[in-house]
Design a protein around this ligand. Structure first.
Ligand code: BGC
Length: 926
């Protein structure tokens, strides 16, 4: 080859190499950019809330989710900017906090560590992250939080209202209080913030506009200890010239709905409107005696249990606008403060979270119509009506019908559950109540002018508006219905506290109902903030000697010094840590928890505590008509309930103490627990038969669940339980609410998920399937809810759910947080293909993002698609004898990226995986 030809070839080759290198570089860059674009911090939360306003937490925590596709992406560092204005944040000026680049994988519960938080200040924030290769993400979208009035001295307003006569009428209806005030302003308002506490419930209006979309606000509280206030930015609603502000006050639970409940007094208001002008000057409008008030408005009576009477003829259009003639109104009274600490709201507000159209309407007798909403729901109805002024339309609510198709209301006890609307007679009128709540599926409409249609009523579903965190579906329609019933029951009983029931004259925050159930609820709703707040209610209601009230807030004074119900206060902080990675409650309530433990320790004799009040509440009774069993073979002895629970509490306290670095306390709690365990087994375990005491299922379930059983007796105790359930209970539920909290998991964890499945899918008494088969759309209070005495028989109770919710997600779908790395930082994924189930499809929104698990069984093939979020890892259990029987996305498991085989365990292949999506196929050999 001649030289020029050689040169051409060499140059050609060099050019080709250069082109190749350049395209490689471009491809890399493209990959990098697209990868960067995919790894983005999203869903910014402050104290687990989206853009909360009016916080008064001195140390809020910040969280975000990392959006990305692909496997194994991880955050290696982050930077947070917090600025006092949107502009500063947009210019990347973190004038309140610039964390700088911090090498850390933490993406949830990051404590704010900037300048001290100031009253009523704005905090705009964003975050960016770096991955393990050093590439940074874009800045996240901005988020914010605002602070409330931090110091009590910042409040200059006076509590106002109208104190009236005390009443002996047990129904305690009260007309709403309407309050108003006009004020003049120049035209240079820069910012205006209103802070107000309208107790029991209130709505705020400025210049004729309702502020916000919260309902039944502020949250319920232990009023003499804590009163919640709302914070809103309202600058854009103010104008130059005369402005008006108005508040309507309802009873809520401040003015007790019954004489047997703790009454905090007549409704009252504290309000402060801070206005800042462009020139930097400020002025404050406060609630005081210069406000005008009337009780002679359209809300003639309101009561949480009984309903609302509204006379539209008494409306006063324009009452919250300037220029309204209030000469007939009286001056507001300055009244005594409720006595509690003013606190900013720390949870999601209540809202109308859905609407339901009735499915049928029947005219029962002339003028009496019964609507079926098709779902036992909580909220109220929006009424559409047209007719002559003065026509009274009644809506009465019930959960069920009697045999003749009329509303069945005996189980509501004294709750009248009736809203009455009196027409003003001006064309189409649309009305819904403000200050009541009903639990119902059926509505009786009376007094309607003309013939109503399905369009006449709309069901407004009302509850704490928190994000939904899960979905579950499987091949068994009955289980899907049970799941539906569980979720609707939980949803309807969230009303700024978790209540027992929504319909009768009770609606209390019973501690025992939620102690462990609350854990399962986290799979349906992001209830971190709600339960954090409820723990405050529980602590607020604690007596100085350490006693907790069995209902909190303590609207009923049930200070009974039992173990099982108040244990909720010890158990819920662990639930918040495990499910949300939120350890704040452990620190916040440690002292009150310790005080209670020390108080209860005075009742421990020789390692046994018998303090119990409710037994294994709502054990299925022997006679379908009765509420509580009288059969001594079914009744679990108080010591067998109180002692294991107290042991469990001590172990949790030991754990909390260790976490908080209180090693002496930890040792004390640990020693006390050991003594109890030894004494309990000595006294109650029959080593011959493996039974505890009289052998009720609950008496075995608790020691197994709490790891109290001596190792050498474990199998025997479990076998005893299985025999008891299969022989005496014919594979039906054999526990009340205490045992049911753990039954499904104890069976599954000890190798009998099939029995758990059989129990959960039974359709005859007693079972969840029996409820579903008898038309339940929520879970009943009693296993025999269709036949039992109505005096305590709600159709919408959360407590009997037991651990079914947890079991569906953690066992059937196999999505479980690892307590060693809580909040789903590390996930344990062990699905349970059981009995005739052929597929399960579940997803859960963890603090790190969505986790999903979907499996299907096809002959001897088990297919499993899973996804775990960026920033997490999982240990997975694949149902196959060896790794050679498994493929991932069609490739042999050994070649799968992001999968590290750990070995086999109990007939399953165990592996660790990095974040991302996977598609496994296993030959199960069955
Ligand atoms: C409530 C239950 C509660 C129980 C305790 C009932 O009236 O509805 O949910 O736990 O009382 O006594």
């Amino acid at each position: 080859m001649n030289k020029p030809a050689q040169r051409i070839i060499i140059y050609g080759l060099l050019a080709a190499i250069a082109v190749a290198l350049y395209s490689l570089y471009l491809a890399n860059r493209a990959q990098e950019t697209s990868w960067q674009a995919r790894l983005t911090p999203v869903d910014l939360r402050c104290n687990s809330l989206k853009n909360p306003t009016g916080l008064d937490d001195p140390r809020p925590v910040l969280s975000w989710i990392l959006n990305s596709t692909g496997r194994g992406h991880e955050q290696a560092a982050y930077e947070i900017l917090v600025a006092s204005s949107r502009q500063n944040l947009a210019a990347n000026k973190g004038d309140l906090w610039d964390s700088g680049r911090l090498n850390s994988g933490q993406s949830i519960q990051v404590p704010y560590a900037g300048k001290p938080l100031a009253s009523s200040a704005f905090y705009f924030w964003k975050v960016r992250i770096w991955d393990t290769k050093g590439a940074s993400s874009e800045w996240s979208e901005p988020a914010f939080w605002t602070m409330g009035l931090l110091e009590a001295t910042n409040w200059t307003a006076k509590w106002i209202g109208l104190d009236g006569e005390s009443t002996t009428n047990k129904f305690r209806p009260l007309p709403a209080r309407w309050l108003r005030k006009e004020f003049a302003l120049p035209d240079n308002v820069r910012r205006a913030t209103v802070y107000f506490s309208g107790l029991g419930w209130s709505e705020l209006y400025i210049n004729g506009q309702k502020i916000g979309d919260y309902v039944l606000s502020p949250p319920l509280s232990e009023y003499h200890r804590r009163d919640y206030y709302e914070t809103y930015e309202v600058g854009r609603l103010l104008k130059s010239g005369t402005n008006a502000i108005g508040v309507v006050l309802g009873n809520g639970r401040f003015y007790a709905p019954r004489t047997n409940a703790f009454n905090s007094g007549f409704p009252k208001l504290l309000l402060e409107l801070d206005i800042e002008f462009a020139d930097g000057t400020t002025t404050t409008l406060i609630s005081d005696e210069s406000w005008k008030l009337t009780t002679n408005g359209p809300i003639v009576a309101n009561n949480d249990y009984d309903g609302e009477d509204y006379d539209a003829r008494k409306e006063f259009p324009g009452w919250s606008s300037a220029g309204f003639n209030d000469s007939t109104w009286q001056s507001a009274q300055v009244v005594s403060p409720p006595g509690g600490e003013l606190s900013g709201i720390r949870q999601n507000p209540m809202r109308i979270t859905g609407e339901i159209k009735p499915v049928t309407m029947k005219e029962l007798k002339p003028g009496v119509y019964v609507f079926d909403m098709g779902q036992n729901m909580v909220g109220w109805c929006r009424l559409k009506v047209q007719g002559p002024a003065g026509t009274e339309v009644g809506m009465r609510f019930a959960e069920t019908l009697d045999d003749s198709g009329e509303l069945y209301t005996n189980n509501l006890r004294t709750a009248r559950a009736t809203d009455i609307y009196t027409l003003k007679g001006q064309g189409q009128e649309v009305w819904e109540p403000r200050f009541t709540l009903h639990g119902f599926r059926y509505v009786e409409l009376t007094g309607y002018p003309g013939k109503p249609s399905l369009d006449t009523l709309t069901g407004c579903v009302v509850n704490d508006d928190m994000p939904m965190t899960g979905s579950f579906e499987c091949s068994n329609p009955l289980l899907n219905q049970i799941y539906h019933n569980i979720v609707w029951g939980v949803r309807g009983n969230y009303r700024s506290i978790p209540t027992d029931c929504p319909q009768r004259d009770e609606r209390q925050g019973w501690l025992g109902d939620r102690a462990e159930e609350s854990r399962g609820e986290t799979y349906f709703f992001d209830n971190d903030a709600l339960y954090s707040k409820w723990l405050v209610d529980i602590t607020d209601a604690q007596r100085t000697n350490g006693t907790f009230s069995d209902v909190s807030p303590a609207y009923w004074h049930n200070y009974r010094d039992n173990v099982t119900w108040p244990s909720a206060s010890i158990m819920i902080p662990a639930m918040l840590r495990d499910q949300f990675g939120d350890t704040q409650a452990i620190a916040e309530h440690y002292d009150s928890a310790k005080k209670w433990i020390e108080h209860m320790e005075t009742f421990v004799t020789n390692g046994i505590i018998t303090k119990d009040n409710y037994g294994d509440w709502c054990m299925p009774p022997e006679d379908p008509r009765i509420i509580h069993s009288h059969d001594t073979n079914r009744i679990t002895h108080p010591a067998l309930l109180a002692t294991p629970f107290f042991y469990h509490d001590l172990k949790l306290m030991q754990d909390y103490a260790l976490q908080l670095g209180k090693t002496n306390d930890a040792e004390d709690f640990g020693n006390a627990a050991t003594q109890i365990r030894v004494a309990f087994n000595t006294q109650y375990l029959n080593r011959e038969t493996g039974q505890y005491d009289n052998g009720t299922p609950t008496s075995s379930v608790l020691p197994l669940a709490f790891d109290m059983v001596p190792d050498d007796m474990h199998q025997k105790v479990f076998d005893y339980l299985v025999n008891k359930l299969t022989n005496d209970w014919h594979s039906h539920i054999g526990t009340g609410l205490v045992g049911a909290k753990y039954l499904m998991r104890v069976l599954s964890d000890n190798g009998r998920p099939d029995l758990a499945y059989t129990i959960v899918t039974q359709t005859n008494y007693p079972s969840w399937g029996y409820m579903a088969d008898h038309g339940a759309t929520t879970t009943w209070e009693l296993w025999n809810g269709d036949t039992a005495d109505p005096s305590m028989n709600s159709g919408n109770h959360v407590m009997l759910i037991g651990d079914v919710g947890i079991w569906l997600y953690e066992n059937l779908a196999g999505i479980m947080p690892d307590p060693e790395q809580p909040g789903f930082k590390h996930i344990l994924m062990q699905p349970t293909p059981v009995a005739d189930l052929t597929w399960v499809k579940a997803s859960h929104l963890s603090p790190y993002g969505w986790i999903s698990s979907q499996w299907q069984k096809n002959g001897n093939e088990f297919q499993w698609q899973i996804k775990i979020p960026t920033g997490t890892t999982a240990t997975i259990y694949l149902p196959a004898a060896t790794a050679a029987d498994i493929t991932e996305s069609g490739q042999p498991l050994a070649n799968a990226i992001g999968v590290k085989l750990l070995g086999t365990n109990n007939g399953k292949v165990v592996a660790d995986i990095e974040s991302g999506s996977y598609n496994f196929a296993c030959k199960t050999g069955q």
